[in-house]
Design a protein around this ligand. Structure first.
Ligand code: ZN
Ligand code: ZN
Ligand code: ZN
Length: 363
């Protein structure tokens, strides 16, 4: 994620900011081309003096604190992220509203990446079959009075996400219960969208043979694979072949986990690139841990440039986290086999982005 600046006063601002703390102007995010802009009231909407354009906020601005802008002519509509929300929880209380806001904040972060690559993001109105939709659901109270948890997952372009995952205590309890080293709201979005793009880019994209050579045959029984994983855990030595123990349970889950890691990698490298972060540890052999992200990670065609920068970055930030007594920010190790899978995801995303740009220039 890049840093932004207030185009009225030059102050550094962040992707989710709604106001500039330096000049107090209202801020909005323009998704194409990606920028933040400072706004002045104009008629029933807003205008950006720096851009010389008038805008309306996404219809979710009030309820979900969405800061994305639309052209003034689209007032009352939803932004490119929120328009995928098919079901939202009943926002009857502050706790649910806060949970929903956290969820859609992570959702916008996901869309930032998808838009940066130019991946197709049709909603169900545009494409009933291949369109993408989100159901954000609160746990329900069952007949015995206990909570019936919502299962996060993907089916036929619909991503279901349990808004309980936005509750730090609940999510951390699940993380510890499942023995996971990492569990975040954003990570859920990046995993589930991996399932969505498996359908689009692998199955419908004619890449099944390549996929099976790397990840295995996805025609093996999925329910039985999950059951086996639940019963006996991952196979011995899974660390050399899979990015996480959960990835070991089925080729679909391996792909979704790998897809999520690819987004982690590119987005965190973009942050390092934007900060001008340079790492050159004393005593490290032959610059093996040197880092200088002197390229734009979302535009990088060469996978090895991303992979070579990723290890020094994760080691550096893990060290800083440890010095503060925090968990490792990236508690994973990437073997050659895992890197090959990540490179496959890289080639899928690059090819699709290029195809989209050729078909719809300027999008
Ligand atoms: Zn400002
Ligand atoms: Zn929105
Ligand atoms: Zn999954």
């Amino acid at each position: 994620m890049r840093l932004f600046s207030c185009d009225a006063c030059g102050n550094t601002v962040h992707f989710d900011n709604g106001t500039c703390v330096a000049c107090t102007r209202r801020l909005g995010y323009v998704s194409n081309p990606s920028r933040m802009t400072a706004l002045e009231p104009w008629g029933a909407g807003w205008t950006s003096p720096a851009m010389g354009e008038s805008f309306a906020f996404c219809a979710n601005a009030d309820v979900a604190a969405c800061n994305w802008l639309l052209p003034a002519a689209q007032a009352g509509q939803l932004c490119p992220a929120c328009r995928h929300n098919r079901t939202i929880p009943a926002l009857n209380d502050d706790k649910t509203t806060e949970a929903f806001r956290r969820v859609v904040s992570a959702e916008r972060h996901l869309f930032y990446s998808l838009l940066a690559w130019g991946l197709p993001i049709p909603d169900k109105a545009e494409d009933a079959e291949a369109g993408l939709a989100f159901d954000f659901l609160a746990d329900e109270i069952g007949q015995n009075g206990g909570a019936v948890p919502v299962m996060t997952g993907h089916a036929e372009g619909v991503i279901t996400l349990a808004i309980a995952e936005s509750d730090d205590a609940a999510r951390e309890a699940r993380r510890v219960g499942l023995g996971e080293p990492y569990r975040t709201l954003l990570g859920h979005f990046r995993h589930e969208i991996g399932h969505y793009y498996w359908d689009r880019l692998v199955r419908d994209g004619g890449r099944l043979e390549e996929f099976r050579a790397l990840f295995g045959d996805e025609r093996q029984d999925y329910a039985e694979a999950l059951e086996r994983n639940y019963r006996s855990g991952p196979p011995a030595g899974w660390q050399n072949r899979f990015v996480s123990s959960y990835a070991a349970c089925h080729p679909w889950e391996d792909f979704a986990e790998t897809f999520a890691h690819y987004i982690h990698m590119v987005d965190a490298l973009e942050t390092a690139h934007n900060l001008g972060l340079v790492v050159s540890p004393q005593g490290a052999s032959a610059g093996r841990l040197d880092l200088d992200v002197d390229f734009s990670p979302y535009r990088q065609q060469d996978f090895s440039a991303l992979a070579n920068a990723w290890t020094p970055l994760t080691i550096a930030i893990n060290e800083i986290n440890r010095s503060l007594g925090q968990l490792d920010f990236y508690p994973f190790i990437l073997s050659e086999e895992i890197l090959s899978k990540l490179e496959f995801v890289h080639t899928l995303i690059k090819a699709k982005g290029q195809q989209q740009r050729a078909e719809k220039p300027g999008s």
